[in-house]
Design a protein around this ligand. Sequence first.
Ligand code: AMP
Length: 130
Amino acid sequence: MSVFTKIINGEIPCYKVAENEDFIAFLDINPNAPGHTLCVPKKEVNKIFDLDSETYFDLMDFSREVALALREEVTCLRIGMSVIGLEVPHVHVHLIPLRDMEDMRFSNKVSLTDEEMQDIATRVKERFDH
Ligand code: AMP
């Protein structure tokens, strides 16, 4: 069982920003930039291009909705998107609020307090839900 399935099952906590029947989005715990978010299908599949096409396109739709909320709540030039999956073998789309190109480098990390993470998550979730 992946660490993201444990989050989906409520076994470990997350800073949730969005959820529907099939997908969840939460803040990355080791963010490249403030507001770095992961969009995850609840169905545990390892590689993105192994998703059935309906789930794949629904994931893109969900990620777009999350990105629209994120860019309203986090100061940035635009939202970058990336799919890697080398660390967690459960499909996820990285949404990264970009201030410059360095924010797309996964060796480039920022440190936020629990309060700052909670504040971003609450604001984005509020925006997503309305
Ligand atoms: P990758 O599989 O290479 O796309 O990277 C996995 C990402 O998931 C990394 O950016 C991690 O910081 C992030 N991550 C790992 N565990 C958690 C967790 N429990 N909550 C939130 N993000 C996580």
